[in-house]
Design a protein around this ligand. Structure first.
Ligand SMILES: *Cc1c(COP(=O)(O)O)cnc(C)c1O
Length: 406
């Protein structure tokens, strides 16, 4: 399929280019001393992604350890309630081991680290979701795991800190500055620049310098490949639309990659938080502009000084001031439509999916459900497939405390 001069039947092979660019977005903007380390990872990945041994090993792990393929569920009661005839379906990444899609790329990254002969994986974490997924993968492969985390976040996210420690990871407290995610990123980068001979840095989404946006997309593509085949098996046709939430953009790239070459409308949902004022949301593709941060060129939210702006969302996995370079590219191209959903509609969808379907969604995923409900009301007929990126156990206490039972 051709769309605005881009041939999508060969798109996944041709994008990004050899230097990690999706059009003008992407690249590798990092200090010279780390360029060689990133090149080593890119070279290793290029060799390994074609190796039968690597592919078979990852396939076996997906099945035997992660519990893949995850099913697709038809949301019959919710579809009936909307009442336009449009049918909603969810791809159940909440049923992937550890309860979200993040393990899909963490298992791939740590398997790569093992093939490269590394002994340790390093990462930062904010809410702790990436840290837990990486600690799980490190435990599986018998690797050391250092997770850098701001002191403020350590206090707020006690259950995830406990999980990481039980899984055998070292949680390293960062007390500089505001002691949250940004400082944790800086500390993890400093550690990596000293330890790259024996360690690799594992990024938690389709962001960061090349080759991470490529690798993480490829590792998440299993979601799109499974979903396309399962959906056709269930209904005999393709969905009319696919909807996913966008933080850094990994769960959405995973499912979108399976449908880019199909006549299927793709929707990325960004968090509008409390409203459209700077600081109240994290809708970077909707309100942002081009810029470089964390090693890559993309569309980002900047403050007056051009630094990454403060962001907010009720879903801590979505409050990032940019999104992966491939999303910026697909945004400019118009192949994916990006739109927003605020906190209130998200909380309604969180309770509605729980009550009507027996699935408690992560607040991140509830953004996609809320958007799909609105889309279904405008469509009249057809089918919408939602990527349910994770389960909501992690959010229950917070929702009840802040919003009560609805
Ligand atoms: C981290 C997270 C997200 C956001 O990350 P993406 O890279 O945009 O997918 C979404 N859903 C859940 C459940 C998460 O844990």
């Amino acid at each position: 399929m051709k769309f605005k001069d881009i041939e999508f039947s060969t798109y996944l092979k041709n994008f990004p280019d050899a230097n990690g660019y999706f059009g003008k977005y992407g690249g590798c903007y990092i200090p010279p001393e780390l360029q060689a380390a990133m090149r080593e990872i890119a070279d290793a990945y290029h060799t390994i992604c074609k190796s039968r041994k690597f592919i078979n090993e990852l396939r076996r792990i997906r099945q035997e350890f992660q519990g893949r393929p995850t099913p697709i569920s038809h949301l019959e009661r919710l579809s009936d309630r909307i009442g336009t005839g449009v049918q909603l379906y969810v791809k159940r990444e909440d049923l992937n081991h550890t309860g979200a899609h993040k393990l899909n790329h963490c298992m791939g990254e740590v398997l790569l680290a093992k093939f490269m002969g590394k002994k340790k994986v390093i990462a930062e974490t904010g809410a702790g979701q990436h840290g837990v997924a990486l600690a799980t993968a490190a435990a599986y492969f018998g690797m050391e795991c250092d997770i850098y985390m701001g002191a403020v976040d350590i206090k707020k996210q006690a259950p995830n800190v406990a999980r990481m420690k039980i899984l055998g990871a070292r949680v390293i407290k960062v007390t500089d500055g505001l002691a949250t995610l940004k400082e944790a990123v800086d500390a993890a980068f400093v550690a990596y620049s000293q330890e790259y001979n024996e360690a690799i840095y594992c990024i938690g989404s389709v962001v960061g310098p090349h080759p991470f946006p490529l690798m993480v997309r490829d590792f998440q593509a299993v979601v799109g490949v499974e979903a396309r085949e399962q959906f056709i098996g269930m209904t005999g046709e393709l969905p009319d639309a696919v909807v996913a939430c966008v933080g850094g953009g990994s769960n959405s790239m995973g499912i979108f990659s399976g449908f880019l070459n199909d006549p299927v409308d793709l929707y990325g949902v960004e968090p509008l938080g409390r409203g459209s004022k700077m600081g109240d949301h994290a809708a970077s593709l909707t309100y942002g502009e081009e810029g470089v941060m964390h090693g890559f060129n993309s569309i980002m939210l900047k403050d007056e000084r051009g630094e990454p702006a403060p962001v907010y969302s009720v879903a801590s996995g979505l409050d990032y001031p940019s999104s992966g370079p491939e999303h910026a590219f697909l945004h400019d191209l118009g192949r994916v439509k990006y739109d927003v959903v605020g906190d209130e509609e998200t909380i309604d969808a969180f309770f509605e999916l729980s009550r009507m379907e027996g699935i408690i969604p992560a607040l991140e995923s509830a953004h996609a459900v809320a958007y799909a409900k609105k889309l279904a009301r405008t469509m009249g007929k057809g089918a919408i497939l939602i990527n349910l990126s994770g389960r909501g156990d992690k959010d229950m206490d917070y929702v009840i405390e802040k919003y009560g039972i609805r």
